[in-house]
Ligand binder design. Structure first.
Ligand SMILES: Cc1cc2nc3c(=O)[nH]c(=O)nc-3n(C[C@H](O)[C@H](O)[C@H](O)COP(=O)(O)O)c2cc1C
Length: 738
């Protein structure tokens, strides 16, 4: 909901917001340019009387002197019956012709009203309010993403457009909020929704001395005010002894007797007037050039925020498949909730949704994170979810358990859970099992007992559909067709083999894109064979027998020009065996699957990389990319340094050039027999110190190693009163476990 609340106004207003922000950024430069060109005497150096004296000496026909918030002094005068305006040097009284910038004037019109008068002004006002909503919902989204308000400045995880969007938003949000709030206020005043400060000022004095006018430089009241306080000084009508000087200063306004120099009827500025002045200054940066620059920099992020925001929205819409005829949650009689990380489960959900729709049900389908507080019309709830990590919730279901606390199930709502997983994982469909149990504990009744689908089996899914069909009283034919992303041919160019002597055959495979035939060859740019990828993303490898793809973590990124993976040959492993039999020149079919949840954070906080065996692949990829030399520490465990010390020469080079700050290895078949968790224990104090300064921990490797590391890190963190779950919530404990 919060996300929708954030993305809808953004999408609607994107283009106008870009115009508003770019023009705002240009206007924000004006106070600085004015400040640079203005001559500003030190406080106490020139009084208003002295200024007026100098100005009158050069401009005998002076009618008005105005001091702008930037410090610029302008004199309005008449000479030989002609009106003129000059910019004045307050120290000498000399002036140069004053011509307001036509360019800034044009930009101001565009900014205030899109060149459309009142309709444009109203639109600008609405946009300012939308911007306030975007900023507020954005702040909440960032807090949610970083694991709470107190972590809001912590490094962000993730990559690509999402990361850029969140980082830029965090940098700019306060500036944007200030501009939007003050802009909304000014607009509301303009359209009479808020009262404007009355612009009356004091009445003209009932009595003036009417004596012989004294030279302006000798008038006592004007001598008492510093030039810095001046807003405007209007001269008396020449030859009229009953007229007086009208003076407006930062503190108020009044009149000055032109003969006695006495201050008459002075009224301090009202509170509403002071507030209005501040609103204008905070919006424009007038008189606060440094604020203008901050607001301008914040405004410049809006085009990038709009583009990345639209891209995120589009990707989310595409990945959740935007189901046609998706009923409203409040009207639906059937609800399908989907937990998915890699989108495979969405394919099954779509098939179920379309079959039930065809059968005449009103079906609402959404991600599990979007669980509503209640479904008033629904009598069936289907939960389809995969399991990720080591028995964990997939991305689109991570907030499900928390949201479930607020969920009120109607009495007649019956549910069934369908788990998607892979039997090779010991925590097979663990998350689905947990969801099933927790729904039962909430007192809900099952429509059908939980069932588990192994490796996206279409046959199992179809059988489950028949059973559901029997229960709801109509034949439900679920015909799921797997949609694998288009694969490309990857040619093995190099392999380095390790670990054979210690019964842990592990190889580093480097592939390049094989020569493409057909259209890709003619239009290589249009047919970009592989999407951009980073170390830590996954490459899906199609085994030769047409079975479901197997996924391996990438050790390289697209800019390396190769697809590099590190694979241990599993006893009886179909795909790992296939890869280990490959010789240079052989080709495989593969595709990239992004894995943005496993990336080192940007920023200068330390990164602790922990892995064992082939898990070193993506960790080495992260170090290879650490060209900014942020502190990175690697703890890695193998069997024997003489046989399976993967990436040894490369890691040595990274130590020398400081991409890697320290390397701690542990070998389980060496004389000392140590494991990576032992090394962590030995470095307890250093780990505590790094975590307390904001370090992020990334673990990659087998489940047993990851469990042992979790145990040890949990113990190490106890004195800091931080647990792993808290770090996870902050994106500071990431695992890629297989
Ligand atoms: C990194 C990774 C971790 C996984 N962990 C588990 C697991 O712990 N238990 C399980 O049953 N399946 C696990 N799986 C298998 C997925 O649940 C399975 O492939 C599922 O069909 C993915 O569906 P999705 O693409 O909708 O997320 C894992 C898959 C990957 C790539």
């Amino acid at each position: 909901m919060l996300r929708k609340f954030h993305s809808l106004p953004g999408l609607l207003a994107g283009v106008f917001l870009i115009v508003l922000s770019v023009t705002g950024a240009v206007l924000a430069l004006a106070p600085t340019l004015d400040r640079v060109s203005a001559v500003i005497p030190a406080s106490g150096e020139v009084s208003i009387a002295e200024l007026a004296d100098r100005v009158v000496a050069h401009y005998p026909g002076t009618e008005q002197i105005v001091r702008e918030p930037s410090g610029k002094v302008i004199v309005y005068y008449s000479r030989d019956g002609q009106a003129g305006a000059d910019l004045v040097n307050p120290v000498t009284g000399e002036g140069t012709p004053y011509e307001p910038s036509a360019f800034f004037g044009w930009i101001k019109d565009l900014h205030r009203a899109f060149m459309l008068d009142d309709a444009g002004r109203a639109l600008a006002g609405v946009l300012a309010v939308l911007m306030v909503l975007l900023c507020l919902s954005g702040i909440f989204l960032i807090a949610r993403r970083t694991g709470g308000w107190k972590n809001i400045l912590r490094p962000l995880s993730g990559s690509g457009g999402k990361r850029i969007h969140a980082e830029l938003a965090r940098f700019a949000v306060l500036g944007l909020l200030l501009s939007a709030l003050t802009g909304s206020y000014m607009s509301a005043q303009r359209f009479g929704l808020l009262a404007e400060a009355p612009d009356t000022g004091p009445r003209f004095p009932a009595e003036v001395s009417g004596g012989q006018p004294s030279p302006v430089g000798t008038l006592k009241a004007l001598g008492n005010f510093d030039l810095g306080e001046l807003r405007e000084l209007v001269f008396p009508y020449p030859g009229d002894p009953q007229d007086a000087y009208s003076l407006s200063t930062a503190g108020g306004s009044g009149f000055v007797d032109q003969a006695t120099g006495e201050l008459l009827q002075f009224e301090p500025r009202s509170d509403s007037g002071v507030l209005q002045d501040w609103i204008v200054r905070l919006h424009t940066g007038e008189g606060l050039w440094w604020l203008g620059l901050i607001l301008g920099a914040a405004a410049l992020t809006v085009p990038a925020l709009s583009i990345t925001g639209a891209t995120i929205w589009w990707q989310r819409r595409r990945s959740s498949g935007q189901l046609p005829d998706n009923a409203d949650a409040a009207q639906a009689d059937t609800i399908i909730l989907v937990g998915s990380e890699g989108n495979a489960t969405w394919g099954f959900a779509r098939e179920l949704h379309s079959s039930l729709n065809k059968a005449g049900f009103r079906v609402h389908c959404s991600e599990m994170n979007a669980l509503a507080k209640q479904y008033p019309q629904a009598s069936r709830l289907f939960v389809l979810t995969s399991t990720y990590g080591d028995g964990d919730a997939p991305a689109s279901a991570r907030q499900f358990m928390a949201r479930l606390k607020e969920f009120r199930a109607e009495k007649n709502l019956r549910y069934t859970v369908l788990g998607f997983g892979d039997r090779q994982f010991p925590s097979y469909c663990q998350f689905a099992l947990e969801v099933d149990a927790v729904l039962a504990r909430k007192g809900m009744n099952r429509l059908l007992a939980i069932e588990l689908i192994d490796r996206c089996s279409a046959a199992q899914f179809s059988e489950w559909g028949s059973r559901v069909g029997e229960l709801i009283g109509l034949p439900l034919l679920l015909n799921y067709k797997a949609l694998h992303p288009a694969t490309v041919k990857l040619e093995l160019v190099e392999r380095a083999d390790y670990g054979i002597a210690v019964q842990a055959p592990t190889s580093i495979f480097r592939f390049k894109l094989a020569e493409q035939g057909g259209w890709p060859r003619v239009f290589p740019r249009r047919f970009k064979a592989l999407p951009p990828f980073e170390a830590g993303d996954l490459v899906g490898v199609m085994p030769p027998d047409g079975q479901a793809p197997r996924f391996y973590s990438l050790a390289s990124s697209a800019s390396d020009g190769i697809v590099e993976i590190c694979v241990r040959k599993q006893p009886g492993g179909l795909c790992s065996g296939y890869l280990h039999d490959l010789k240079p020149g052989a080709c495989i079919d593969g595709f990239i699957r992004p894995n943005p949840g496993f990336r080192p954070a940007t920023g200068s906080q330390p990164v602790i990389l922990i892995g064992a065996g082939a898990g070193i692949g993506p960790l080495t990829g992260f170090i290879r990319k650490n060209t900014r030399r942020n502190p990175m520490y690697l703890y890695w465990g193998g069997r024997d340094s003489s046989s399976d010390f993967l990436y040894q020469p490369e890691l040595g080079r990274y130590l020398d050039d400081h991409r890697l700050s320290a390397l701690n290895t542990a070998f389980s078949r060496a004389d000392e027999r140590t494991y990576v968790q032992d090394r962590l224990k030995q470095d307890e104090l250093a780990v505590q110190q790094m975590v307390s300064t904001g370090a992020q921990i990334l673990v990659c490797g087998g489940r047993d190693m990851a469990a042992a590391v979790r145990q040890v890190i949990g113990d190490i963190l106890k004195p800091l009163h931080i647990d792993i779950e808290t770090l996870r919530g902050q994106g500071r404990y990431l695992e890629d476990v297989y």
